[in-house]
Design a protein around this ligand. Structure first.
Ligand code: NAD
Length: 291
């Protein structure tokens, strides 16, 4: 099947990146969010990131103008009804995602493929609440979307081959590389990455190292481009906590228990870069550790 129109639900840090790469690749994009301000902010971020691509000769000014014209913001979910493919990228909470799919269903054409950019939630369970589990799968981008090469494609138990192949074609048209993952909690990347981040928070919690020494150790000692706490702030601490909870509940193993300090940061509303404060405080010129 030929995908031309794509609906993106959720215009946060992932949704704006997804809309960006789809529009540059030539897809018509409807970008939805509950929050008008999130849509305005998303368009500003897309514009800024495309300008950066123009300045680096990755795209031309004309390509940018065309791509910006392909992104249509809307707070009305029903206007995504004409999409061939929907990529849901709202807040990492199962009830939020279920409610979005439920509201979308009456407006969709029978051929529309539904996908979720969830980092961890069961694709099979999300699919089972819809009328099309065979045309439902995980479409998991990495952050920041315009830069990161990988997309994890996750088959639910009922996902059919046509759906998988259609999504694979989209990934290829975006110039990205797909890795195939089975539908178990947090799939591949976050199954491995998130326990490491959680362990870094435990290392801080137990006083083994400071924020700076933990990040420095992993950058210079393990050759990671970012320290784990810096990366957690970049991902969003609410998203990190949600993924740990999915691993803990889904695999029933205490090794996945979220660090109480991670919970405390989320309870404080210190969610990382997106709220200006997390393991670092981003409100000044330079990030300053908060512990
Ligand atoms: P975010 O907090 O930046 O954005 C979430 C957006 O969803 C917000 O703008 C919010 O207003 C919107 N939203 C909430 N409920 C909605 C609804 N009912 N309808 C429409 N919009 C709604 O979060 P994010 O980091 O962009 O994460 C979004 C998804 O992407 C999550 O499922 C997350 O697990 C996944 N993801 C995140 C990362 C990452 O590094 N942050 C990486 C890969 C995947």
């Amino acid at each position: 099947m030929d995908i031309q129109k794509v609906g993106v639900v959720g215009a946060g840090q992932m949704g704006n990146g997804i809309a960006h790469v789809l529009a540059v690749a030539g897809y018509d994009v409807m970008l939805n969010d509950l929050d008008e301000a999130a849509l305005t902010a998303a368009l500003g971020v897309i514009q800024k990131n495309m300008e950066r691509q123009v300045s680096r000769n990755l795209i031309t000014q004309d390509e940018m103008t065309l791509a910006m014209g392909r992104v249509n913001p809307t707070t009305d979910l029903s206007s995504l009804g004409a999409s061939d493919l929907i990529i849901e990228s709202a807040t990492e909470r199962e009830t939020v995602k279920q409610a979005i799919f439920e509201s979308l269903l009456p407006h969709l054409a029978p051929h529309t493929i539904l996908t979720s950019n969830t980092s961890s939630i069961s694709i099979t369970r999300l699919a089972s609440g819809t009328d099309r589990p065979e045309r439902f799968m995980g479409f998991h981008f990495m952050n920041p979307v315009p830069i990161m090469q990988l997309v994890e494609l996750i088959r639910g138990i009922a996902t059919d081959k046509e759906t998988y192949d259609a999504c694979l074609k989209v990934v290829e048209k975006l110039g990205k590389t797909a890795a195939s993952a089975e539908d178990f909690p947090a799939f591949i990347v976050n199954r491995i990455l998130m326990p490491m981040i959680n362990e870094a928070v435990y290392t801080l919690y137990e006083g083994v190292g400071s924020v700076r020494s933990i990040d420095l150790s992993m950058k210079l000692g393990a050759n990671h481009p970012m320290g784990p706490l810096e990366l957690a702030d970049f991902i969003g601490l609410d998203t990190c906590l949600a993924i740990m909870n999915v691993l803990h509940d889904g695999l029933a193993d205490t090794k996945y228990r979220p660090c109480p300090l991670l919970t405390k940061y989320v309870e404080a509303g210190w969610l990382g870069r997106k709220t200006g404060r997390g393991f670092y405080d981003y409100r000044g010129e330079e990030p300053v550790p908060t512990r």
